[in-house]
Structures are given as structure tokens and as C-alpha cells.
Ligand binder design. Structure first.
Ligand code: HPA
Length: 296
């Protein structure tokens, strides 16, 4: 487990000897392999892996070869950092993530996000599979994140923080409204209806009970999942502008009819079935970002 203090305190002699990875040292290693400096990062969640096929690849790292990267072990998570180009943008893609439910600590699951920030990205799109709570949502719909509720019982900024960096990060605007509009416009261009909504993150790995889902709905959640929020908090800590996109893969527990249960297999299958649409949607988003005034 990588302690936050390793990133932010002056390394002791013992640490220097052990050469524990920092986001900066891992970013340095990556930088040696590339010409361009990516400004846009994309995190591909469960079932979004086919998006990676659309990128013209400059270099691929396995997470195993990147010091400090936790191993992405959940099904549908390739565990690759991809550097390349898409619609003229130099991008860096995390194809797969590790989750808190796999047993990694908060600073471990967010280490890759810190590496992207250390690489110099300014914009980050984070994707996930989620269960629909809002009764208007259908399986296969997409939701652009407007806000979130952290129900994971942890915060990745707990503990020592970088000198000159406040741990008290403002979260009034977790998701960038310009980027969210680009996502919505990208969907409109494809005649794809997307919702805007609130994502509630739980730690998992068990799915929710129907009573929990009723409670989350009453709290204002439109969809529920087991990721994204730690990366958003750390991304904001690093000053990144963030967009979030969920694929609604299932009706949340108790909302899918009398005998329906929630299964990880169904979640992955539905996200993968919608991979082409997701690729097209994210590609259109990248195009819009490239042609906008956003500095890339
Ligand atoms: N609950 C939690 N996480 C999820 C779900 C869900 O219903 N669907 C996809 N990820």
C-alpha cells in the first residue's frame, strides 16, 4: 500500500534507498517514451474498453510495468495506460481501473489519476457502469454526471497532504459544465438521448439492497456505482477539469421487476454491448474539445 505521506513528505534516507514510486517519478518514466504532451486524459471503466481500439496508439504500458499502479483485476479492465492520438488530440487513456472493493487503499486507487495530472493533463473524462435509480432511465442509456454523492465511507484526501496544497478541496463544481455540455452536444449529434444526473458511489462489492436504493433515490441519486468519486476528488485536488459519463447497465436493486436480480455479468455485458455507441460518443466529445476554446 502506498501511503499518501510518501508522495508529499521529504523522503527519508530509508525511503530514498527503497525508491518508492511517486506520481512524478512514474510520470517521468512515461514521458521518456512519448513526443507529445497529452492534455486530455480518459479513464475507461467497466465495459468501456473497446473505446481504446479507436485511438491511434503511440505507446502502451501494462500497469504491471508502471511503478505504483495497482493491478486492475476486475473483469473488463485491461490494465493498460495508452498514449496516442484521437481526432488530432494527444491523449492518455487508462484502460481499466482498480477499485476500492478489490482491497486497494484510497491512495492506491487514485495513484493513476495523480500520474495523469503529473503528466500535465488539464482535462479528464471518467467513465463507469452504473445502476439506474431514476425511473426515467433505461438499460443502455448514458448519463452525464452533474454531481455526485460520496457514500463510499472514505475520502482519498484523508491524511498528509502536499506542502502548499490544501486538503480542503472545494467540491461545489466537481464536474466541469463546459465539458458536460460538450458531452451532451456530442450525444445530440448522434441523436442519442443522454440524461444528466447525480452519481452515488458505494464501496461495494455487494450490490445494494432495495431499501438502500430507495434511500439513495430519496437522497437525490439518479444512478449508483462503485468507482469514479475517488478519482474525481483527487482530480479536483490536482486542479483538473472533469467530465463524468455513466452507462446505465441495469435497473438498480428492486427496480427491475419482481424477480430481477443484479449481476456483475449483466453489468459487463450491457456495457460491452454499448461499446460502439460509447466509442462514437466519446470520439465526438474529443472532437468538440479539440475544436473548442479549451486549451489542449
Ligand atoms: N450498483 C452498484 N454498482 C453498479 C451497479 C449497481 O446496480 N451497476 C453497475 N455498477
Amino acid at each position: 500500500m502506498i501511503e499518501e505521506s510518501v508522495f508529499f513528505t521529504k523522503p527519508s534516507k530509508a525511503m530514498r534507498v527503497r525508491r518508492l514510486p511517486t506520481p512524478e517519478s512514474t510520470a517521468d518514466l512515461i514521458r521518456k517514451q512519448i513526443q507529445d504532451r497529452p492534455r486530455l486524459g480518459i479513464i475507461l471503466g467497466s465495459g468501456f474498453g473497446s473505446v481504446a481500439k479507436a485511438i491511434s496508439i503511440e505507446h502502451i504500458f501494462s500497469y504491471r510495468d508502471l511503478p505504483g499502479f495497482p493491478h486492475a483485476g476486475a473483469p473488463g479492465h485491461a490494465g493498460q495506460l495508452i498514449l496516442g492520438h484521437w481526432h488530432g488530440a494527444s491523449i492518455v487513456v487508462l484502460n481499466g481501473r482498480s477499485h476500492y472493493y478489490e482491497g486497494f487503499g484510497p491512495s492506491e486507487v487514485t495513484f493513476p489519476t495523480r500520474v495523469l495530472a503529473a503528466l500535465g493533463i488539464t482535462l479528464l473524462l471518467i467513465t463507469n457502469a452504473a445502476g439506474g435509480i431514476n425511473p426515467d432511465f433505461k438499460v443502455g442509456d448514458f448519463m452525464v454526471l452533474r454531481d455526485h454523492i460520496n457514500f463510499m465511507g472514505m475520502n482519498p484526501l484523508r491524511g498528509p497532504t502536499a506542502p502548499k496544497k490544501s486538503r480542503f478541496v472545494d467540491m461545489t463544481f466537481p464536474y466541469d459544465t463546459t465539458l458536460a455540455s460538450h458531452l451532451a452536444d456530442a450525444a445530440k449529434e448522434m441523436n442519442l438521448a443522454v440524461h444528466r444526473g447525480v452519481y452515488l458511489a458505494v464501496s461495494g462489492p455487494s450490490f445494494e439492497t432495495p431499501a438502500e436504493i430507495r434511500a439513495f433515490g430519496a437522497l437525490g441519486a439518479d444512478a449508483v456505482g462503485m468507482s469514479t468519486v475517488p478519482e474525481v476528488i483527487v482530480g479536483r485536488h490536482c486542479g483538473l477539469r472533469i467530465a463524468g459519463l455513466s452507462c446505465i447497465t441495469n435497473a438498480a436493486a428492486g427496480l427491475g421487476g419482481a424477480s430481477q436480480v443484479v449481476s456483475a455479468e449483466e453489468v459487463l455485458a450491457v456495457a460491452q454491448d454499448n461499446g460502439l455507441i460509447a466509442t462514437h460518443l466519446i470520439g465526438n466529445f474529443v472532437k468538440r474539445v479539440v475544436h473548442s476554446a479549451l486549451s489542449l
